[in-house]
Design a protein around this ligand. Structure first.
Ligand SMILES: [Zn+2]
Length: 365
């Protein structure tokens, strides 16, 4: 599964403190709400066709030929890249179910459970199907595709081995699975992950492998990616498959011993030192108190306040927040004082709105 927590400030407003409470959004969307008899609402009856490439069967319904062809080319390109790491070949074409946009994807019946706005795509284990929408930008579509295809290779590796099966996935911590998918789809250098690691260093909160695995506090996508990036840079990407396989087979602790020859504490310390050595120089001259003043934060609004948009006259600001209960709504505030004037609209009061995409959108004046 790919989840995104991008914050895009669409304005030049520098003085807003964006407080993101990741744990509030980090809910496994495929695992919840699967009780009997509940079906997803489907507004459209989509007529799927199949587009075949050497390694994929792409189920699509969109009429945009050039978009589909580019998507097909990118699928093959990712296949070539991932194949070099996994050294594995798909004997049968892997299905990809492609939706034209995110709302259509949320109505999919290919997977159980509700899909939130933060879920970019899903790869399911049994049929190895990748289910995803065309995203807002080509770059994001490419990333989600690359990420999900890593999962397809991971499943393929577990199922194709004599000594492991799908049950072995329980031995693999989430940071290993999702972090690898991020690492192999974003590369060694990712500004977004670097931002999180800088923050971890600044707050002296760099987790050990045990913390990553057990505490639930550390977002597995970002920390996992940083960890794999460290392993890839230090030991080479040829370490990926043996480490993954050893962990699937023997569990994390013995998997580390068998792959690296030392224990998890030693590996944790090596990683921690590498984070410190990387980010310490950047933070030498950093002011730890940001300039400006806070106008919106968890005291007068929600834990998560994102996508600020200032009115053309500079007097007002609109932003998305989960201030009231659990849905993310659009609020209006005074741009000078931060006083909340009112809630502009909400998915609970407006029946035409299913969800605000707080990751990719903002208010407009
Ligand atoms: Zn994933």
């Amino acid at each position: 599964m790919t989840k995104f927590y991008f914050i895009k400030s669409k304005t030049q407003l520098l003085f807003i403190l964006l407080v993101i409470l990741i744990s509030a959004c980090f809910i496994n969307n495929t695992a919840q709400a699967q009780y009997f008899g509940q079906n997803k609402v489907r507004y459209k009856n989509l007529k799927f066709k199949v587009y075949k490439t050497p390694h994929f069967e792409i189920y699509y319904y969109m009429r945009n030929d050039s978009l589909l062809k580019r998507f097909a080319q990118e699928s093959e390109l990712w296949y070539t890249l991932h194949q070099q790491v996994f050294r594995d070949t798909f004997k049968r074409p892997n299905p990809i179910i492609l939706y034209a946009d995110h709302p259509d994807f949320q109505q999919t019946t290919a997977i159980d459970g509700e899909i939130g706005v933060g879920t970019g795509g899903v790869t399911e284990g049994l049929k190895n199907r990748v289910v995803m929408p065309v995203m807002e930008t080509n770059q994001t579509t490419r990333h989600v595709l690359g990420h999900e295809l890593v999962h397809a290779f991971q499943y393929h590796m577990l199922l194709g081995s004599d000594s492991s099966g799908l049950g072995n996935i329980n031995n693999l911590p989430l940071w290993m699975i999702e972090g690898m998918a991020e690492y192999l789809s974003l590369g060694k250098r990712d500004a977004y992950t670097a931002m999180w690691m800088r923050d971890a260093y600044l707050n002296k909160d760099i987790p050990s492998i045990r913390d990553l695995t057990e505490s639930g506090k550390y977002f597995p996508y970002r920390y996992g990616e940083a960890f794999w990036s460290y392993l890839g840079s230090t030991y080479g990407d040829t370490i990926i498959v043996p480490f993954f396989k050893n962990t699937a087979r023997y569990g994390l602790e013995y998997g580390i011993r068998r792959t690296f020859g030392y224990d998890d504490k030693t590996l944790s310390n090596l990683w921690k030192n590498s984070i410190i050595n990387t980010y310490k120089p950047y933070l030498k001259d950093t002011s730890q108190i940001p300039p400006g003043h806070r106008i919106i934060d968890n005291k007068n609004s929600g834990e998560m306040n994102v996508a600020p948009a200032v009115s053309p006259d500079g007097k007002y600001i609109s932003f998305l927040s989960e201030k009231d209960l659990f849905s993310i709504d659009l609020f209006l505030a005074d741009a000078k004082t931060g006083k909340i004037i009112r809630r502009l609209t909400s998915k609970t009061s407006n029946t035409h709105i299913d969800e605000f995409n707080f990751i990719e959108s903002a208010g407009a004046w």
